[in-house]
Design a protein around this ligand. Sequence first.
Ligand SMILES: [Fe+2]
Length: 430
Amino acid sequence: MTVSASPSVEALPHWEETPEDLPAAIREIKSAIRASIESSGRSVEQVAQALEERIAERVRVIEAAKAAGESIWPEIDFDDIARGTVTEAQRDLVKTRGCLVVRGHFDREQALEWDRSILDYVEGNHFFEDYRGSGDDFFASVGSRPEIYPIYWSHAQMQARQSDRMAAVQSFMNNLWTSTSMDVEWFDPERDSLYPDRIRRRPEGADSAGLGTHIDTGTLDLWMTKAYQRAFRHVYDGSIEEYDPWDATFRTEGPQYPGTTMCSAFRTFQGWTALSDMDFDQGVLHAIPIPETMAYLLLRPMLDDTDDDDMCGVMVNKVFPINEKWHELPMQALSGIPSVRAGDSVWWHCDLVHGVAPVFDQQGWGNVMYIPAAPWCPRNREYAPIAFEAFATGSSPSDFPAEHYERQWPDRFSVEELNDRGRRGFGIAD
Ligand SMILES: [Fe+2]
């Protein structure tokens, strides 16, 4: 790689593995980033204020839309994506908000059939009798029956992952990004890597405390690894006006610090496909529909009301928390998805702050398959053989707890059932 970021970013100290002395490393990187920003001729406070004004304007627009009773999450019909009839205005709104509901992504009957087939698959293989409890601490706040099923290789999931309809939406989402710059193609928007993830089935009558607002992108590595320093170069060198959440430059390579919620893949969007109808007030997904919030999260600990060895509570091995104490301005824009029907899909930019609202005595089921857009790129090419090995042996993928429920299940999706798109996604065909 011959391309590089600005000189002050290239000169930042960096740690490609989790530093041993975290407080010392935090002190060192904070002071180096502050100096780098100030080399632009503006103070850290001035740069942060310029960004705050940009975000405050977005917050005002969202609050006005809410007051007018408008849905904040953009909605597009699958048929418009498939036919290429999405308007410029619709596309612009998805880029402004960083999120989208695709209506009718799959036929509703198809989605309900998938839901039933997943239940048959887990029940037929005695999953509930064998269930050993949550394998990670992130989703552990539920009872003995899981909500998040560590199931990866059902026919329903694999059929959706390698379907033409999924590929059409992934291509649309990927093409919202700038994938080529500096003579480098950072990812291929037309090829997905079939990143395997789990399913959620939340039954009627469930009580759930929800999930606090967070991001999935990383933790301290966002400030400390070379690849992330370069990816967020406009945050770290004071040229904040040039920061573009849709610029893939430097984003698709480099390590992440290990942790229970770490994701080896680069995802343009996280997403799920609804397998049941869900009303907007039944403990659904919420997000801060302002992609630029990421820059705010990265700049916030550089202000001098924080301790020198504190990144607003961000640690390794713990999900990156977003809260009123440090992030009061963007938190005002937190917005839930509209009601969805089985077969709709929901997408949010990989940097978007999100969480799940609590629910008591839930009406109806809350069932989804997590299927993101994870386009072909150096990071995902590296993970593909690991994902394929897990698929071929029915194992849990290495990004997830080593639970391996499906290894002995005879009716999981087989290698022979992969189509061309599935084979390319796993990197076993070109
Ligand atoms: Fe998340």
